[in-house]
Design a protein around this ligand. Structure first.
Ligand code: RIB
Length: 301
């Protein structure tokens, strides 16, 4: 039987323009052609987990606009169960305005739309999807009270709780202690523990543990990734030619959730997730860039 992953998170349509460099404040830049890609950290991680081999369901909300229909179709086509995806009459579906520069780096601004309406009631209504999963995977593009309630429901039924704390914000101890694994990049780690991102990842990991986090992953881009649990593991990055980093963190988180659900040993789980993240940088867009299981295993070997 495939591992089961439940996502509680956001769904966005990504509106993307390629630019020669990232825009500075007050600057108008002429960019390349405009592209629309399905995205949103919740949807991206749902598809990432499905392509990495899990049975996936998603809890969240879309509006009643054309983006909603397109996002629902994309999730369904990727085998994600959308029976717990609410449709909010009169709301817009989340939208992300994205620029990607020539190095593949990006800026992202999200207009949350229906994502902002996801609350504890939606989580209660989807309780069975959370309880029946091996792993609950969440991000921070929906209100925090929904994230906390979902973590409580999962904890009460021995579903493992993974939080990808993006976009970063200070987090209450109540939530941090409910997590089995926290996944962050360096900047997010620094925001959560109130330090600077110039600190060594090992030191940031100690700072997060002092806040009550038991196990955590810090993704380090071209410097690889670090896992800090009962022991600390550091792996190098897979060498690829990045063209667009949008969705790479989501590919990592989705694949890591699958690895955890399949009870892979920590180092293999970290390599599995890193390979997925690396592959996602080699293609344009969020959901279109997410790799399948075979491709991930091929890069690992
Ligand atoms: O992590 C990338 C995602 O962040 C994009 O798809 C965008 O929608 C924002 O949620």
């Amino acid at each position: 039987m495939a591992a089961r992953v439940c996502i509680v998170g956001s769904i966005n349509m990504d509106l993307v323009v390629r630019t020669p460099r990232l825009p500075a404040p007050g600057q108008t830049l002429m960019g390349g052609p405009f592209t629309r890609f399905p995205g949103g950290k919740g949807a991206n991680q749902a598809v990432a987990a499905a392509r990495a081999g899990a049975d996936v369901s998603i809890v969240g909300a879309v509006g009643d606009d054309e983006h909603a229909a397109s996002m629902r179709r994309t999730l369904e086509e990727n085998g994600v169960d959308i029976s717990q995806l609410a449709l909010r009459e009169g709301s817009a579906t989340g939208v992300a305005l994205i620029t990607v520069d020539e190095q593949g780096e990006n800026t992202i601004v999200v207009a949350p739309g229906a994502n902002a309406s996801v609350g504890p009631d939606d989580v209660e209504a989807a309780g069975d999807a959370i309880r029946n999963a091996d792993v609950l995977l969440m991000q921070l593009e929906i209100p925090l009270d929904a994230v906390i309630r979902a973590a409580e429901v999962a904890r009460a039924s021995h579903t493992k709780v993974v939080l990808n704390a993006a976009p970063a914000r200070a987090l209450p101890h109540q939530l941090l202690q409910l997590l089995d694994v926290l996944i962050v990049n360096r900047g997010e780690a620094a925001v959560i523990c109130g330090r600077t991102d110039r600190e060594a990842p090992e030191s940031l990991a100690r700072g997060l543990k002092q806040l009550g986090v038991s196990d955590l992953v810090i993704t380090l881009g071209s410097e690889g990734a670090l896992y800090a649990g009962a022991r600390t593991i550091r792996i190098p990055a897979f060498l690829v030619e990045p063209i667009d980093t949008v969705g790479a963190g989501d590919a990592f988180a989705g694949a890591f959730a699958v690895a955890l659900a399949e009870r892979m040993p920590s180092e293999r789980a970290l390599r599995f997730a890193s390979a997925a993240g690396a592959l996602a940088t080699t293609r344009d867009g969020a959901i279109p860039s997410l790799p399948g299981r075979e491709e991930i295993e091929q890069l690992m070997s």
